[in-house]
Design a protein around this ligand. Structure first.
Ligand code: ZN
Length: 260
């Protein structure tokens, strides 16, 4: 049975420890978080007016990279939608931009046709308009996954093993080793050195790598995940959705195997 402990939640970054897990499961979850979580991004734009310094294609590229917040429960993939791929409010959202210079056009200027859809940060600059310049366009956003395009990548996800640092020498070796680490980052507990804050584990392991009387290793059954959302989704949602997708893949495999 897996045990999960949240270590840190800071804005879009979630760090958590999972016990009684192995590398294959951890890596499957990591890969799903990066490539398989549906996110919303601009697919194409219709430009009505653009005499800014940037070409239409550059504006389109910049808009495609804007992370969009959306209600994941109310959005379908266009190819699976009841509209049969034509595009409807259940599978796409239109964002309108209409600005006249002089000003900096930012993501906050995009007006959405769906109240639940908005740029995750309204401060990203798109372009600058000078006197007598203007930009008017419609952008259509649809669901996609990181496997189809990098702009749909939901998160940067990584993991590391829990540090396992044994004292194989004397108490003097352990005391000397502690002095090699950043102050207060580790402590001696019995025949082991424990990292106080797991965010410092890489630093402590590097400091003690060659230390006399100390054996630095990993506990491969305990894995620390770091998930940073780079989409409009919360990191907690990304982790639970990854588990749901992995389960669905396993069920699908089971169904096919049972037919053999
Ligand atoms: Zn539709």
């Amino acid at each position: 049975m897996l045990k999960v402990k949240i270590l840190e939640k800071k804005g879009p970054v979630l760090k958590f420890l999972v016990e009684d897990i192995d590398t294959s499961l951890a890596n499957s979850l990591r890969r799903i978080m990066i490539t398989d979580i549906p996110t919303l991004a601009v697919q194409w734009i219709d430009v009505h007016d653009n005499n800014s310094a940037l070409f239409d294609e550059v504006i389109s590229h910049r808009l495609g990279l804007v992370p969009l917040k959306f209600n994941a429960k109310n959005m379908n993939f266009t190819e699976d939608c009841t509209c049969k791929g034509k595009g409807c409010p259940l599978c796409q959202t239109v964002l309108v931009l209409d600005k006249k210079g002089p000003c900096i056009v930012t993501t906050g200027d995009l007006k959405s046709s769906d109240k639940s859809v908005a740029p995750s940060d309204p401060r990203f600059p798109i372009t600058e308009l000078l006197e007598k310049q203007s930009l008017k366009l419609e952008a259509v956003a649809r669901l996609g996954t990181g496997a189809s395009h990098a702009k749909h990548q939901a998160a940067n996800a990584s993991y590391q093993y829990y540090p396992k640092i044994k004292v194989t020498g004397t108490k003097a070796d352990a005391d000397r080793a502690l002095k090699m680490c950043p102050k207060g980052s580790a402590e001696v507990k019995g025949n082991a050195i424990e990292v106080r804050n797991l965010s410092d584990s890489d630093t402590v392991k590097s400091c003690l790598f060659d230390a006399k009387g100390i054996e630095v290793g990993n506990d491969e059954s305990r894995i620390i995940f770091t998930v940073e959302s780079i989409s409009g989704l919360e990191p907690e949602y990304i982790v639970s959705k990854a588990a749901e997708i992995l389960q669905a893949k396993a069920e699908d495999l089971k169904k096919h195997i049972s037919k053999l």
